[in-house]
Design a protein around this ligand. Structure first.
Ligand code: HEC
Ligand code: HEC
Length: 209
């Protein structure tokens, strides 16, 4: 547990150092300052680009995170991405790493980051990452589709779930159920009414979609 925290802490330090350091887009380009000169849109774009590269460390350079506990963010709904970044920043969704990451972005950059990742294509599932969806979905999945839309592909009311990794899904559902994730009361209420075994079966099914 302590080791986990320590390694997370150093991972964050490395990522933060990268966020704070001036970077060069290529060898010939001038150094990019940490804060743009007011009104200099090109400079602001370069700074944002450098910050968003840091996200790839965990969320994957091709959109597929190496660690199954890290969610796929490429192709998620823009309104959802923006809300989550805002929630992390303000502590409404409690996650140490993402609080630090989101705090490194200005309010305008939060919006640009959400738009940037929403436009990317959802990654093809890596071979062996998810079992094929079983023919018969667990009965409660019908309820999920009311908000998460058909095939759980997401939409304005709720984010895409289809194809997120099992480990991330089951942990997200547990956190809602046990009151650790409180940034949506519908989800908290719903998940606390579903047994752990049923949540696991649902996560298994959804990860294979
Ligand atoms: C050090 C690893 C790490 C880095 C770097 C990182 N993230 Fe994350 N991110 C995570 C983890 C872990 C979670 C899941 C948090 C949880 O379980 O609540 C997450 C969750 C998210 C979510 C919520 C997705 C969902 O499905 O709810 C968004 C959005 C997000 N990150 C965006 C970003 C952006 C944008 C950046 C770059 C500025 C970034 N992340 C950098 C590890 C990271
Ligand atoms: C009343 C609408 C509604 C219903 C019904 C619903 N959800 Fe959700 N769900 C949401 C919303 C909205 C969010 C985003 C919450 C937030 O703002 O972080 C969410 C988030 C989630 C997340 C976290 C996604 C992520 O990337 O972190 C999971 C997992 C999830 N729902 C699973 C389910 C499952 C499984 C069902 C069916 C048993 C279900 N939901 C039914 C509205 C709903």
């Amino acid at each position: 547990m302590i080791n986990n925290h320590v390694s997370t802490f150093f991972g964050v330090l490395v990522a933060l150092a990268a966020l704070a350091a001036p970077v060069r887009a290529d060898d010939r380009a001038p150094e990019i300052p940490a804060v743009p000169t007011p009104g200099n849109a090109a400079e602001a774009k370069n700074i944002l680009g450098a910050k968003l590269l840091v996200c790839n460390t965990c969320h994957g350079a091709n959109g597929a995170p190496k660690n199954a506990n890290v969610p796929i963010i490429w192709g998620l709904q823009e309104n959802y991405l923006l809300k989550e970044l805002h929630d992390f920043q303000h502590g409404d969704r409690d996650n140490e790493v993402m609080k630090w990451m989101s705090t490194a972005l200005t309010p305008e950059e939060l919006g640009s980051a959400a738009a940037y990742f929403a436009k990317k294509n959802w990654p093809a599932s890596p071979a062996g990452a998810a079992p094929a969806a079983t023919a018969s979905p667990p009965a409660a999945v019908a309820v999920c589709q009311v908000c998460h839309q058909q095939n759980l592909a997401g939409g304005v009311p709720a984010p895409r779930l289809a194809g997120q990794r099992y480990e991330y899904l089951v942990e997200a559902m547990r956190r809602f159920a046990e009151g650790e994730r409180t940034n949506n009361t519908d989800m908290a209420r719903l998940m606390s009414s579903i047994s752990a075994a049923d949540r696991e079966a649902m996560a298994r099914y959804i990860s294979g979609l």
